[in-house]
Design a protein around this ligand. Structure first.
Ligand code: CP
Length: 311
């Protein structure tokens, strides 16, 4: 199962990225670990990319998809518990991919579920497969980041706009980024919140040698960043909404030459379309890599447990 990026280490992230790169080349014979198997996609919250890229990945691996329908048509609408649903899923499918608004939902369904479970986003908890996609895009953009000995001039100053403590994609991305000392030289969290990291309350960040700085002055730090991770302003809260002019990125933003912007998408007003045709756009590459990374994840979960540490 994949529930929390805490399960990974640098070796796992690199191994998934390498497997995804092979799958993306599409010219190699690969095992089809889902041949004859059924993946259940249970999305109790809206999704475009995660659901469709997982369903595409399953089908590319010769598996079949069984989806929990949208809306008020399942037992959930009648108050059925996730634990009971997990019991049913044991005979309906071979792997379960679930998104749910409740942070405790993964633990709840696992009370009875005996099949591998992949967390596709649990409330303000985590979005671990998105973080693997993010790092796949980063490693394609700058492959030296994978090595233990990234040359100092190729190391990145990483900026993150938002509140990792309460934003699952940002939190998972931060957690994996902290596994790359020697590649990430410095992290700056750009936030309006007093305690944006927040992880120290419930999930202590592992001892990391990467220094973390916190600021609310995005314009001041922008020219020094190599990578800027942004999420939808819709998730950032009213304080950001009111300051959206300051947090909005567009062609006039003072980005460092060669710097890239990352965004898990869907975007809102925080990221102007006028950046799409610039060198700063890494967000479309993130979305494009999703199917291959999720094929690699499914392969690791179902077939190659020995090759992928910790999954
Ligand atoms: N990045 C992401 O999780 O997108 P969706 O909400 O569309 O799945």
């Amino acid at each position: 199962s994949i529930i929390n990026p805490r399960q990974f280490d640098r070796r796992t992230v690199n191994a998934i990225a390498q497997m995804a790169a092979v799958l993306e080349m599409r010219n190699v014979e690969i095992d089809k670990p889902l041949d004859g198997k059924i993946a259940i996609t249970a999305f109790f919250e809206p999704s475009t990319r995660t659901r469709l890229s997982f369903e595409s990945a399953v089908q590319r691996l010769d598996g079949k998809v069984l989806s929990v329908p949208d809306g008020q048509v399942t037992g959930i609408a009648k108050g059925e518990s996730l634990a009971d649903i997990g019991e049913m899923f044991n005979t309906y499918g071979d792997v379960v991919i679930m998104r749910h608004p409740d942070t405790n939902s993964m633990e709840e369904i696992r009370r009875n579920l005996q099949r591998p479970l992949i967390n596709a986003g649990n409330g303000s908890g985590h979005h671990p497969t998105q973080a693997l996609i993010d790092w796949y895009a980063l490693l394609k953009w700058r492959p030296e980041l994978a090595t233990e000995h990234c040359p100092p001039e190729r190391r990145i100053h990483l900026g993150i706009i938002g509140t990792p403590g309460s934003m699952r994609a940002v939190k998972s991305f931060l957690r994996i980024s902290l596994m790359f000392p020697g590649a990430v030289s410095k992290i700056t969290i750009i936030s309006e919140m007093a305690d944006p990291v927040g992880l120290d309350l419930t999930e202590p960040i592992e001892q990391s040698v990467i220094p973390i700085t916190i600021t609310n002055d995005v314009q001041k730090v922008l020219p020094d960043l190599d990578v800027l991770y942004v999420n939808s302003i819709a998730f950032l809260g009213d304080s950001y909404r009111n300051l959206d002019a300051r947090y909005k990125l567009d062609r006039n933003s003072k980005l460092k030459p060669g710097a890239v912007i990352m965004h898990p998408l869907a975007r809102n007003q925080e990221l102007s379309e006028d950046l799409d045709e610039t060198e700063h756009n890494l967000y479309f590459a993130q979305a494009a890599g999703a199917v291959f990374v999720r094929q690699a994840i499914l392969t690791a979960v179902l077939d190659r447990l020995d090759r992928i540490n910790g999954i």
